[in-house]
Design a protein around this ligand. Structure first.
Ligand code: SAM
Length: 322
């Protein structure tokens, strides 16, 4: 097993199926232009082989499928069919929910029982201003259908001053009522926000501000979370839970166990590092040839992790998956 001096190892793999997205969220892309798929994206089979090899080489236990928007990818079916055979403890998917209703049978059939749906506002106008695409009603309907099929839903919201801060309580109350767990993600200095400190600072909402806003309406208490969890978790007695991914306020680099594989075959050991390691060619090789080379690259990818705290990264989230 590959372990670093801080005792960290890769347990959670995120695979981006495509860089393409049908949204152009303000925190993800600067100019409102939607990203299209990269020309050299790997096949679903090659990406699934990547998962299989990384399970062996790194001890991956859990897989999250992401993007871009994974439900847009023409590789989704082939990838799902291949990873369903790997016997992983958990496969989950992060989506903006726009195409969720129509893809649910495939997702359920592949054994996916956990979804993270990104939703930044229940106000249609603010929703479109932030997402710059999509339709709120489709997202809400998709979540309701998924929930009715027994899927566990977490909703990801990035609270931003001047954009959707007024939505913190409406979003929380909606999620509590529906049985979804809302997770607030502190705005991250990624992509254009890593270069534009003014916009970042103007919009950033930290943990304390968030908890104050929630405390105005709900009594809550912090509960335990797994040691490598990114989210702080809170219980509102009798009503449900919510979480906060407090990258800035309470950094979690010391216990980070995430590894990312991009749709074009690059391994990323850390969101905050511009280092990446090409494995696309290895995924075409038989296992006995690929694994030793992969292990050497994994040592480098693990060394890319920050010691303490996220310090920003120029990589755009939708290229490597959130
Ligand atoms: N398209 C899918 C979706 O919308 O969930 C998956 C990809 S998206 C990049 C994954 C997550 O990253 C989303 O929940 C999004 O809110 C989050 N994200 C992207 N850029 C971010 C930033 N600068 N700060 C905080 N969260 C960010």
């Amino acid at each position: 097993m590959i372990v670093d001096r801080q005792g960290r190892r890769f347990r959670n793999l995120r695979v981006s199926l495509t860089a393409a997205c049908n949204y152009a969220c303000s925190y993800c892309v600067p100019n409102g232009k939607r990203l299209v798929a990269a020309q050299d994206e790997l096949s679903g089979e090659a990406l699934a082989r990547g998962v299989a090899y990384l399970v062996e080489a790194a001890g991956i236990e859990r897989l999250r499928i992401t993007g871009g928007e994974p439900l847009l990818s023409p590789r989704l079916d082939a990838f799902l069919a291949a990873v369903a055979r790997l016997g992983l403890a958990e496969i989950s998917l992060t989506t903006n929910g726009q195409l969720l209703a129509r893809k649910l049978p495939q997702l359920h059939g592949a054994g996916i029982r956990r979804l993270n749906v990104s939703l930044d506002s229940l106000d249609p106008e603010a929703f479109r201003r932030i997402a710059r695409g999509g339709d709120l009603a489709s997202v809400l309907a998709g979540m309701q259908q998924a929930s009715a099929m027994g899927m566990r839903i977490k909703v990801n919201m990035v609270p931003m001053r001047g954009q959707n801060l007024d939505q913190v309580l409406p979003m929380l109350n909606y999620c509590l009522a529906q049985g979804y767990e809302l997770r607030f993600i502190e705005l991250m200095r990624m992509g254009h926000l890593a270069r534009d400190a003014n916009t970042f600072l103007q919009q950033f909402v930290g943990l304390d501000t968030l908890l104050d806003a929630i405390g105005a309406e709900h009594a809550f208490e912090q509960v335990d979370a797994p040691v490598d969890a990114t989210a702080l978790r809170y219980r509102i007695p009798g009503k449900g839970h919510f979480g906060v991914i407090a990258n800035e306020s309470v950094p979690f680099c010391r216990t980070c166990s995430r590894l990312r594989l991009s749709s074009t075959g690059w391994l990323h050991g850390c969101l905050s590092s511009s280092n990446r390691h090409y494995v696309g060619d290895l995924l075409e090789k038989p296992r006995h040839q690929a694994l030793p080379a992969l292990q050497r690259l994994l040592v480098k990818a693990l060394a890319d992790k920050q010691e303490l705290a996220f310090s920003g990264g120029v990589t755009v989230m939708k290229v490597i998956g959130g």
